[in-house]
Design a protein around this ligand. Structure first.
Ligand SMILES: NC(=O)c1ccc[n+]([C@@H]2O[C@H](COP(=O)([O-])OP(=O)(O)OC[C@H]3O[C@@H](n4cnc5c(N)ncnc54)[C@H](O)[C@@H]3O)[C@@H](O)[C@H]2O)c1
Ligand SMILES: O=P(O)(O)OC[C@H](O)CO
Length: 323
């Protein structure tokens, strides 16, 4: 069985390479014909995932119709900003597995957007999964969530689980689409905050505090959106927060560190989802009278309204309270 992967950045490339390591086939769609040509020639994605070989079982194309032909569902591995455009070009009968850890332009979940656009079979894939490690075949676990609610299809999750489960990737299913999807979205913002602490050299205690209080904030937001209570403590929540906030691979953590050091937040053209997410979530919290102080602090820093030091002072100066 060949897996259709739409998006040839780090994540799409890693999944195709991982499947190839285990003798499984895939077709990888790159939006830019020049990138598709380079991947076919070099068998390595030097811009987005250097050092990972793409086995011959990976087919590459920049033709979307050719990529999806004969496939019942596809993994969508482009950044969240590219999801609306990609969805609009896909047949509504295709099952779509959303892998981006970001929000739609209006702040909605990407799965809500997909359902609104007429897709009846929607799932999300999320977990502590750095492309740099998955692509090399290092062991990892992830979650695919789908549900019968809102017209989506629970069976899609099981198909994805069967297709992606290999000796190096353990895939769990979940019926909590909201919780799994939002865990990956929120953890990027908290990882950015952890990076600010790294860049300011504030120490391990501060980092532990931001991760722990950040997890609480994640749980608060997930609950407000109807997620199940335990999901934030699973792979897509706590698991991904741990993997990201302490990682040398994380672009979100590294962006926070760079900002605190007065450097450019950009990561060589690679997507840093937390920057846009922080603004969207902070605006939501303000509009709904919700308390998301770490999200707000990160949003203000990335918008240039606060210095990193001001964000620390704001968080430390909050009113005394019970844990
Ligand atoms: N890199 C990881 O370890 C990892 C792991 C899990 C999930 N994710 C998520 O997957 C998504 C993609 O991340 P990535 O690491 O692959 O990004 P990346 O920065 O490595 O690459 C982005 C790719 O998407 C392409 N692209 C940009 N805009 C596009 C558009 N409008 N339409 C089609 N293609 C477009 C770029 O040309 C590039 O090929 C993000 O939401 C990220 O949070 C990443
Ligand atoms: O590099 P980041 O910060 O986008 O994180 C990558 C993955 O989401 C980790 O699970």
């Amino acid at each position: 069985m060949s897996v259709c992967i739409l998006g040839a950045g780090g994540w799409g490339t890693a999944l195709s390479a991982m499947l190839g390591l285990h003798g499984r086939g895939s077709v990888l769609w790159a939006r830019r014909p020049d990138l598709a040509g380079e991947l076919l020639r070099e068998r390595e994605n030097r811009a987005y995932l250097p050092g990972v070989r793409m086995p011959d079982t990976v087919q590459v194309t920049s033709d979307l119709e050719r990529a999806t032909a004969g496939h019942d569902w596809a993994l969508l591995t482009v950044p969240s900003v590219g999801i609306p455009e990609l969805l609009s070009a896909l047949p509504r009968t295709l099952g779509v597995v959303l892998c981006a850890k970001g929000l739609a332009p209006d702040g909605d979940r990407l799965s809500v957007l997909a359902t609104r656009m007429g897709f009846a079979r929607v799932a999300v894939l999320s977990g502590p999964n750095h492309a740099e490690e998955i692509g090399l075949g290092l062991p990892a676990a992830t979650v695919v969530a789908s549900t019968e609610d809102a017209g989506t299809d629970a069976a899609l999750g099981e198909s994805v689980q069967a297709a992606l489960m290999t000796p190096t990737l353990r895939v769990y299913t979940s019926s909590d689409l909201v919780g799994v999807e939002l865990g990956g979205v929120l953890k990027n913002v908290i990882a950015l905050a952890a990076g600010l602490i790294d860049g300011l050299e504030l120490g391990d205690n501060a980092k532990a505090a931001i991760i722990t209080r950040g997890l609480l904030e994640m749980g608060r937001y997930l609950a407000s959106q109807g997620a199940e209570e335990g999901t934030v403590y699973g792979l897509s929540g706590l698991g991904d927060l741990v993997a990201t906030a302490g990682s040398r691979h994380s672009r979100n953590r590294a962006a926070g560190e760079a900002i605190a050091r007065g450097q450019e937040a950009g990561q060589g053209g690679k997507v840093v989802e937390g920057v846009r997410t922080a603004g969207l979530l902070s605006a939501w919290a303000e509009a709904h009278g919700q308390d998301l102080p770490i999200v707000r602090a990160v949003a203000r820093v990335v918008a240039g309204e606060w210095t990193p030091q001001q964000s620390v002072a704001a968080l430390m100066g909050r009113q005394a309270r019970e844990e």
